[in-house]
Design a protein around this ligand. Structure first.
Ligand SMILES: Cc1cc2nc3c(=O)[nH]c(=O)nc-3n(C[C@H](O)[C@H](O)[C@H](O)COP(=O)(O)OP(=O)(O)OC[C@H]3O[C@@H](n4cnc5c(N)ncnc54)[C@H](O)[C@@H]3O)c2cc1C
Length: 586
């Protein structure tokens, strides 16, 4: 049942209130309302995803930033980026960031989850024990062009009856054969990996995406499809912002109420008899907690916010993967090159998409990804403690695409390169921890004022660690080796843009610092830690530490970023969280 006005729920009683109808919030809403005895309210700040064409057409994913479907946050000036302020895109729409993201489906490595189990002291978060939840989420389906996918994935590691569609690329690129040939020619550096979601992502393989039938499959289209939203025990209040969570008894640390700002500007309070579940994302969740007086006591009091609980790690340890892009000119004659900039061709292809959900618009223009480790003898790994979760975990991602995905007209191939295990250190003289599991990054979400409507101050401390810069530098060198393979002879001409003339390490570093941007894979601001640990924000069962009635379920709880894109980990965490909550209220 959808509502747009807070008055519509005034007379209703809820067992659970889910704050944020995003990736995780949609999972929780669906799974809890499978129990007809649970009355659930979801409060989402953004509008409905219904009929938002750009959220449906995969190729249009990039057009959703800087619109009303984005919170339109920006970072604080980043000294690691030469003082630049960078956009901080976050979904402001039902389905949250899953309604606006690039749809890569990457679980990360088995090492990542085993590390989470180690950090939390809860073996329930290990790779093996999460397998049922991975399968509950995933609904593997054929690609839009129905091509033969034999050898392009491993069916044994996939779920076929879950909720969110996952498929291989549904439109061929002219470079596909050359990419695969390169895995043979440069087998040592870029070995073919049949399935990057098997727990061992290293190597180069076919990208899997949350796309089904040529259309984006988001948390809203899967978990909040009509099947769920027709349930009389599920209420979804759209275009309504939660400003704070509030104490409900004289015991300040029982917080089962939320303060809600309606679209017309009035403040009201809604109560949950069982739990409030914060699923407002890595930026939204700490923002709400800080406004509620849960955070660093001293910092909050300086802003005039009454402290309810001194929990200094709220908003700390914000971790994001820095990305750069590098392009090569080619001799291609492909009509689809520059599609993003050719409005006439894109309109024609949109008509094809609208008629039968095929054509180049069924992908984001990337068909392959390479996941690479820095060599064990790399000087970077001598200088820094290896930040990866283990030997099956890459440090670098190269997303490889033809000119289709290029932002300029012309004929190109390109890579989006990321440091997927960033360190972004607290300060250059911060002592090294004893083990990588103890790393905490220097990124933060803070408040600049007690005004509940003032935006958060987002500081990802991007490229503040030399490791992150050096890994990106290695990524560029690796991509150059990739396109120098014989497979690219007579096709690839040369690197374009400012990196073309960058040969020394300093020149490459200058390029990295002047062009890197955040990936959107931001985590860590309400991190899980072991039961009873003095640090962290939530216990292993995702309850807010020292508080009753509040759980956090979203990307903010990840204490470190998994070695890939983060929506699959969020779906997996949310599926298990739903089970934990249901079990607690049997
Ligand atoms: C541009 C971009 C591209 C990305 N590409 C990929 C990709 O290709 N593959 C991948 O795996 N991951 C990708 N990601 C990351 C992935 O989408 C996120 O990690 C994941 O969706 C986060 O889920 P979440 O539940 O934590 O938050 P979200 O899905 O962002 O949900 C939070 C929800 O809470 C709502 N909200 C926030 N504050 C309030 C409030 N005060 N009151 C009410 N509602 C509120 C928001 O509007 C939103 O709907 C991308 C992210 C971005 C931004």
């Amino acid at each position: 049942v959808f509502h747009r006005d807070v008055s519509a729920i005034a007379d209703l009683n809820f067992d659970f209130i889910v704050v944020g109808g995003g990736t995780a919030g949609s999972v929780i809403a669906n799974r809890l309302t499978e129990n007809p005895n649970f009355q659930v309210l979801v409060i989402e700040a953004g509008p409905s995803n219904q009929n938002v064409l750009n959220s449906q057409v995969p190729f249009d994913a990039f057009s959703l930033g800087n619109t009303r479907f984005d919170w339109n946050f920006t970072s604080t000036p980043q000294s690691g980026l030469g003082g630049r302020i960078v956009p901080y895109t976050r979904g402001h729409i039902l389905g949250g960031s899953s309604s606006i993201n690039s749809m890569f489906y990457t679980r990360g490595s088995s090492d990542d989850y085993d590390r989470l189990a180690r950090i939390s002291g809860d073996s329930g978060w290990s790779w093996d024990n999460l397998q049922p939840y991975i399968r509950r989420n995933e609904k593997w389906t054929k690609p839009a062009d129905q091509h033969d996918t034999d050898g392009q994935f491993d069916p044994a590691v996939h779920g076929f009856s879950g909720m969110t569609f996952v498929s291989l690329p549904g439109f061929p690129q002219e470079i596909d054969d050359r990419v695969i040939k390169t895995t043979h020619q440069l087998n040592h550096e870029f070995p073919f990996n049949r399935d990057m979601n098997s727990g061992t992502p290293l190597g180069l393989g076919w990208l899997q995406s949350t796309i089904g039938g040529g259309t984006r499959s988001s948390a809203a289209t899967s978990y909040l499809s009509a099947n769920a939203t027709q349930r009389s025990n599920l209420h979804i209040l759209l275009e309504t912002r939660v400003t704070r969570i509030l104490s409900t008894t004289r015991d300040q640390l029982s917080m089962r109420a939320v303060e809600v700002l309606s679209s017309s500007g009035t403040l009201t309070v809604a109560n949950a008899s069982k739990e409030v579940i914060l699923s407002a994302g890595t930026i939204g969740t700490p923002t709400i907690l800080l406004h509620s007086g849960v955070g660093n006591k001293e910092e909050l009091e300086q802003l005039g916010i009454t402290s309810i609980l001194n929990l200094p790690d709220v908003g700390r340890n914000l971790t994001d993967q820095p990305v750069i892009s590098v392009n090569w000119a080619t001799t291609s004659q492909s009509p689809f090159d520059g599609l993003l900039t050719n409005t006439t061709l894109e309109a024609q292809e949109l008509a094809v998409w609208q008629t039968n959900r095929t054509g180049p618009l069924v992908t984001v223009g990337i068909n392959h990804v390479a996941w690479l480790r820095l060599p064990d003898n790399s000087p970077i790994l001598n200088e820094f403690l290896d930040p990866s979760a283990g030997p099956n975990t890459p440090h670098i991602e190269l997303a490889i695409g033809s000119g289709m995905a290029s932002f300029f007209p012309g004929h190109f191939v390109g890579v989006g390169a990321a440091t997927v295990t960033p360190l972004s250190s607290q300060s250059s003289d911060a002592p090294l921890p004893n083990s990588p599991d103890e790393f905490s990054t220097g990124g933060t979400v803070k408040l600049g004022s007690s005004d509940i409507l003032a935006g958060p101050l987002i500081d990802p401390a991007m490229l503040s660690s030399k490791f992150d810069v050096q890994a990106l530098r290695e990524a560029i060198k690796s991509a150059k080796r990739f396109f120098a393979a014989p497979a690219w002879k007579d096709f690839v001409l040369g690197v374009v843009g400012p990196v073309a003339n960058a040969t020394t390490d300093q020149e490459l570093e200058d390029f990295v610092r002047s062009t890197a941007f955040p990936s959107g894979h931001v985590v860590g601001t309400a991190a899980i830690s072991a039961q009873g640990a003095p640090h962290g924000v939530v216990d292993p069962d995702l309850r807010l530490k020292h508080v009753s009635g509040v759980r956090i379920v979203d990307a903010s709880v990840l204490p470190f970023v998994t070695c890939g894109h983060t929506q699959a980990p969020v779906y997996i965490i949310a599926e298990r969280a739903a089970d934990l909550i249901k079990n607690d209220w049997k």
